[in-house]
Design a protein around this ligand. Structure first.
Ligand SMILES: [Zn+2]
Length: 346
């Protein structure tokens, strides 16, 4: 971590920091945490500050991926090769932490973690070292992350809440979005249909956003691909403020609250690329368990300028996080309001 970043980190007085190779696990001394917060992307500084503030001042644990291994001393976004571990791995692919848990990885980690015999434990690791033996970091680090995630979420019985920032749409595109209707979207075609009514310039501007920008419209395009079940646009003025859910009840509550852009992951989805969810393979979590773990996952994103911390952006992040957690009955901050916390952001 660079010296200037250290200044922005909220001091932790009531937590235990456990440093691993690719992440830090902050265990609070408080009983019954309401959620396990996860900060995934090292270059998203606003949401990192919010995550640390909530862990320190409220009733949450936190896993913060550091990706120190990628470039020592740098806050790089991607994990170092070979932590991108999906079957389709190629050296060129980005190693996004969102993609970390593929079927094989979870399977190996479950076996590794449940094995009592030290020698057999080593053998399990050996079995996957052929991918990794040229690297300083190997599957053990991913399993350590997985183990801490299980601990943090009490074996997936409390929600995992990921905090993110994404790149803001340019002004023209935001202006177009602001005039889009508030609506539930069932098919991507409905977004496209609306755009067809727009001028050529507007459409061009919109299309120029590119496929890699995260916003509610990009997410809505994942409908009818077996990835998302539902999407609703309730805040077209802020298309970059988005919430990803995996439980229908959470989706419905947030949708009915109004004023938020929310999507619901298809429960049968099995994917392997960065899709804003840590739980690409929910069914694998059933292994070794008598009931389906069905992790309750909530990803909350707000806009930022990549790689930069700014307080206005952090406040916007905190406000949405507060709104979401309150509406889901997960806000637990010892009576402190979000406005009190706002004053503690750097
Ligand atoms: Zn992110």
């Amino acid at each position: 971590m660079l010296a200037h970043e250290l200044m922005h980190v909220v001091q932790h007085k009531h937590s235990q920091r456990i440093s691993r190779n690719i992440h830090d696990y902050w265990k609070t001394g408080k009983d019954n945490p309401k959620a396990c917060l996860v900060h995934v992307h090292n270059d998203e500084h606003n949401s990192r500050q919010v995550a640390h503030l909530l862990m320190e001042r409220c009733n949450y644990k936190l896993i913060d991926i550091q990706t120190r291994v990628s470039k020592p001393g740098r806050s790089a976004r991607y994990l170092k090769k070979p932590l991108k571990t999906t079957a389709k791995t190629t050296a060129e692919m980005k190693k996004d932490p969102n993609e970390i848990f593929d079927t094989k990885v979870i399977d190996k980690c479950e076996k590794y973690l449940s094995e009592k015999d030290a020698k057999k434990k080593q053998e399990i690791l050996q079995g996957i070292h052929k991918y990794h033996d040229q690297e300083k970091v190997h599957i053990y680090d991913i399993c350590a992350f997985y183990r801490d995630l299980k601990d943090c979420s009490k074996n997936f019985t409390i929600p995992v809440v990921a905090l993110h920032n994404n790149e803001e749409m340019n002004k023209t595109a935001r202006d177009i979005s602001a005039t889009m209707p508030k609506q539930d979207i069932v098919k991507p075609r409905e977004v496209i249909k609306e755009l067809k009514r727009r001028t050529r310039t507007e459409r061009k501007e919109w299309e120029g956003l590119g496929p890699r920008t995260t916003d509610i419209y990009q997410w809505a395009l994942l409908l009818s691909k077996g990835i998302l079940k539902k999407a609703t646009i309730q805040d077209p003025k802020n298309p970059d403020r988005v919430i990803w859910t995996t439980h229908k009840g959470d989706y419905e509550k947030l949708r009915n609250t109004g004023g938020m852009n929310v999507v619901l992951q298809d429960p049968n989805f099995k994917g392997d690329t960065d899709l804003s969810t840590l739980f690409n393979y929910p069914d694998i979590l059933q292994e070794g368990q008598t009931t389906k773990a069905d992790p309750r996952y909530i990803n909350i994103e707000t806009e930022h300028t990549r790689g930069k911390y700014d307080k206005t952006g952090a406040v916007a992040n905190l406000e949405l996080v507060h709104q979401v957690l309150t509406n889901l009955g997960l806000w637990s901050c010892g009576g402190k309001s979000w406005k009190t916390l706002r004053g503690e952001l750097p």
